[in-house]
Design a protein around this ligand. Structure first.
Ligand code: FAD
Length: 483
């Protein structure tokens, strides 16, 4: 069976990996859009503390987290996954009680979270932390490097025969795929396109750091009706926001260094699986092997293409286009309320300090902290509904820094090495969107702030649907509602 996967973020990469493993002939098309969520993601895998009132949402994230150790084994690559544990921190120890009960309640069905313990002096485990904090440790929580997982999945898919094309895909009303040359997009804060395999890429409604509700951390729309309105308004907001238009103009006009980088690092380079693909990505204009190169004109969400695109034959299509998935599906007559939720995040180094095994730090509100190998600490992230505007802003950085230093004053002397920005794909009804849209098109997006956790699993579920297999869990709760 021939399957086209639109989008090469973590969900599309996982779908391609699963499908090639089942013998399908897979083509992944990725436009290298500025703001891809996966390249910006922090790396927290700790699903048990969230969504106390939505068992379906929780189940997907729990299964996603549970699948990671198997993925490490299958891929046999180091993609930064490590069970370092998570410290849930609070100024007032009483504030930890609701999440303690939630974890206690969930433990029986998720013993992989490990036995939760009190940590009276969390700075002993994460030295820069304020000594006024109390904490619970969730030992089974893990951190992972989003770019590396995506790359490992794509590498494995390519090794199993997948083809990867740099280009922007559109659908015809009957679900046929056409590929246009990708708009050229540098990722702000990641000028080298580091870790990217085949191509560079990577009316304000609300701004604030991760907010909380009944759960320990909450980054989902609280009011589905309001979120629907917001999603409807997003197109207008993005179109009217001069900053978003600027981003679009940059997208249409620049590529360059990242593209060369992509050619050098591509799966074809690593595996010798197709020098032609690397060359195509490096030129940034070639869409489908053997096809005539075409140019695209892109701006924000509503991309307009100057050409009809090159058709790619397939029996099934998976739309894993992240925040852009609604736009991709529109020609099918489906108005999916999917919108972007911006996250700005900061990387710093603490020279000479071994941060590799520091636990994740999760306050109930405001920025979280993660340690990675290489003396790296990640502080993130903002939660902003500002349309397709993948920019690092002064206000965003200030918010992350101020709140980060409040809980970890010991980071004041750290060297800021990088900022990243990504657009979380949010489905307005408030949970993931995975299911068939037509007899040949499956959509998989909406993982919002949990896409690193659930992304590999969601991609696998979408792959199963595309092949007509029965997925391992009931997907009815995530099925698209055609508007
Ligand atoms: C700052 C930040 C921190 C985060 N931290 C965490 C975390 O700690 N833990 C966690 O679980 N999750 C986290 N997330 C969420 C997670 O990153 C996302 O949910 C996840 O990466 C979404 O993956 P995706 O594949 O659906 O979308 P994306 O990664 O956005 O990928 C979509 C891809 O589709 C491509 N595309 C779109 N339209 C087209 C088209 N028409 N043609 C071709 N290509 C197209 C784009 O170029 C893009 O590469 C974070 C997100 C952000 C922004």
């Amino acid at each position: 069976m021939r399957v086209v996967v639109i989008g090469g973020g973590i969900v599309g990469a996982a779908a391609a990996h699963y499908l090639t493993g089942r013998g399908a002939s897979v083509t992944v098309v990725d436009g290298g859009y500025q703001g891809e969520a996966t390249q910006a993601s922090a790396g927290v895998v700790c699903p048990w503390v969230d969504h106390p009132e939505d068992d379906d949402w929780y189940r997907l994230n729990r299964e996603g987290a549970r699948a990671y150790p198997g993925l490490v084994e299958t891929l046999g690559e180091d993609f930064g996954y490590a069970k370092v544990g998570a410290l849930l921190v609070a100024e007032d120890p009483a504030d930890l009680e609701p999440v303690r009960s939630l974890l206690h309640r969930r433990y029986a069905d998720a013993p992989e979270m490990g036995e939760v313990v009190d940590v009276p002096a969390p700075a002993e485990l994460f030295p820069p932390l304020s000594d006024t904090l109390s904490a619970l440790l969730v030992p089974g929580a893990a951190r992972v490097d989003g770019r590396s997982v995506r790359d490992a999945l794509l590498n494995a898919a390519v090794a199993q025969g997948a083809r990867i094309h740099a280009g922007a895909a559109t659908l015809t009303p009957d679900g046929e795929v056409r590929v246009h040359a990708a708009a050229d997009v540098p990722v702000p804060g990641a000028p080298s396109g580091e870790g990217r395999l085949w191509t560079p890429g990577g009316g304000a409604a609300r701004s604030g750091s991760e907010e909380t509700g009944g759960s320990w951390r909450q980054a989902e729309p609280r009011d589905p009706a309001a979120a629907q309105d917001l999603a409807a308004a997003q197109g207008l907001a993005a179109a009217q926001d001069p900053a978003a238009r600027n981003a679009g103009a940059q997208e249409a006009g620049t590529r360059g260094a990242g593209a060369q980088d992509a050619g050098a690092r591509g799966p074809e380079g690593a595996r010798g699986a197709g020098a032609a693909r690397g060359a195509g990505a490096a030129r940034g204009a070639e869409a489908v092997r053997g096809a005539e190169a075409v140019r695209a004109v892109g701006a924000g969400a509503g991309r307009v293409f100057a050409d009809e695109g090159v058709p790619v034959e397939a029996e099934a299509v998976i739309v894993a286009g992240g925040a852009w998935a609604g736009e991709v599906c529109r020609p099918l007559g489906a108005e999916l309320p999917v919108f972007p939720r911006r996250g700005q995040i900061l990387h710093a180094t603490l020279e000479g300090v071994d941060t590799a095994w520091w636990p994740i730090v999760l306050p109930s509100d405001g920025p979280y902290l993660l340690g990675f190998p290489g003396s790296r600490v990640v502080i993130g992230a903002t939660v902003e509904d500002v349309g397709f505007a993948p920019r690092v802003t002064m206000g965003g950085l200030e918010e992350v820094l101020r709140a980060g230093l409040r809980i970890a004053p010991g980071l004041a002397g750290a060297t800021v090495t990088e900022t990243r920005v990504g657009l979380r794909p949010v489905y307005a009804p408030g949970r993931a969107l995975i299911g068939p849209l037509t007899s040949r098109v499956v959509v998989a997006t909406g993982l919002s702030a949990y896409g690193l956790t659930a992304g590999p699993y969601a991609g696998r579920l979408a792959g199963a649907l595309a092949l007509g297999e029965t997925p391992p869990i009931d997907l009815a709760p995530y099925a698209p509602t055609r508007c």
